[in-house]
Design a binder for this molecule. Structure first.
Ligand SMILES: NC(=O)c1ccc[n+]([C@@H]2O[C@H](COP(=O)([O-])OP(=O)(O)OC[C@H]3O[C@@H](n4cnc5c(N)ncnc54)[C@H](O)[C@@H]3O)[C@@H](O)[C@H]2O)c1
Length: 318
């Protein structure tokens, strides 16, 4: 199949990821078949798409006057079978539950067009396990977006052992056609690239907090104003080359034995979760989240992500 042959994309799931991916696909001109289990979840997904459209229009990421055409390209379905019927591609973002995803892909394989690309947006389930019941796992791969998918450009494209190289390339090409940036992996590994690095970083930050070496605010500020900025330009490996491998090698040898090697969330995280202190959404987590700070902090992050995206658009177009 050629990329031009992908016209109809079944976007399964209307939640945090599903609505964002459906918006990107419709904006790029695909006919989107938008699956949610109920009329209410589809309505909520469409309202979230409207908010994404408004954000794009108000921040100059998209000219006004395109909203109706985008909405009209999105057709709602409450049956997986009907949503995937005849689709050229299936992009799944339903609940993180292996059995549900296996069921969804069995339906997708049965009812989508022969040779359709079957992609999952899972963050942590095994891709191979999701595809284990498929007759044609060669058309299956991971296409892993970050939230919100219309402000975070990078998308991990990850094959399983059986994925055809052409399917992997097509996945990457499709991501590019949305205006996002694919990072294409060679092999499946838990967490792919970004969540592995994120987990290593979070584990060490929690360890420092537990040891009382610095406050949460100090740790976060230190990273935002140093590695956060540097990694926006040169990733950890290029940064190491630029710093000098002799220096970085000596640093690793000195520090590695002192770094956290926990294989769980650690006492602080586990106690917070047990107490129901889940962060912003419950008003308390590592920080306290009084109502008046929530919108301000969300908006500050969104505005910074918009500014990054506008800088990208200015550089290369979108
Ligand atoms: N939230 C993130 O930051 C993030 C980032 C990247 C990838 N992902 C992945 O995307 C997928 C969706 O995550 P989300 O954050 O959008 O979740 P969400 O809870 O916001 O949305 C999940 C969707 O699945 C639907 N659903 C629930 N039970 C279902 C069932 N039994 N059958 C069919 N649909 C069902 C819900 O109605 C909802 O539309 C997950 O695999 C997750 O790992 C999430």
């Amino acid at each position: 199949m050629q990329i031009q042959e992908i016209r109809t994309v079944a976007c399964l799931g209307t939640g945090t990821m599903g609505h964002g991916i459906a918006f990107l696909a419709a904006k790029a001109g695909y006919d989107v078949r938008f699956f949610g289990r109920t009329k209410e979840s589809i309505e909520k997904g469409m309202a979230d798409i409207d908010r994404a459209i408004a954000l794009y229009e108000n921040s100059g990421l998209m000219p006004t006057g395109r909203a109706d055409a985008i909405r009209q390209r999105i057709q709602p379905f409450t049956s997986v079978e009907k949503a995937v019927a005849g689709a050229d591609m299936v992009m799944e973002s339903v609940i993180e539950d292996l059995a549900v995803k296996q069921y969804v892909f069995a339906e997708a394989e049965r009812h989508s067009r022969e040779g359709a690309i079957l992609a999952t947006d899972t963050s942590s389930l095994s891709l191979s396990a999701i595809a284990s019941g498929l007759k044609h796992p060669e058309y299956f791969l991971g296409i892993h977006f970050f939230t919100p998918p219309y402000l975070m450009p990078v998308v991990e494209v990850c094959p399983i052992r059986q994925t055809l190289p052409t399917v992997r390339e097509m996945g990457a090409e499709w991501v590019r056609s949305l205006g996002n940036e694919p990072v294409v992996m060679e092999k499946e590994v838990p967490g792919m690239i970004i969540n592995r690095i994120q987990a290593a970083c979070l584990r060490e930050a929690l360890h420092m907090l537990e040891q009382g070496w610095a406050s949460a605010g100090t740790i976060d500020r230190a990273i935002a104003m140093s590695l956060g900025r540097r990694y926006a330009v040169t990733g950890p490996l290029e940064s190491a080359d630029m710093g000098g491998l002799d220096i970085l090698s000596s640093m690793l040898t000195q520090l590695a034995p002192t770094l956290s090697d926990r294989i769980d969330g650690g006492p602080l995280m586990e106690a917070a979760v047990k107490a129901g202190n889940l962060g912003m959404k419950t008003g308390k987590g590592i920080y306290d989240w009084p109502e008046e700070t929530i919108e301000a902090r969300r908006s500050a992050r969104e505005q910074s992500l918009v500014a990054f995206l506008k800088a990208d658009v200015a550089k290369k177009g979108r």
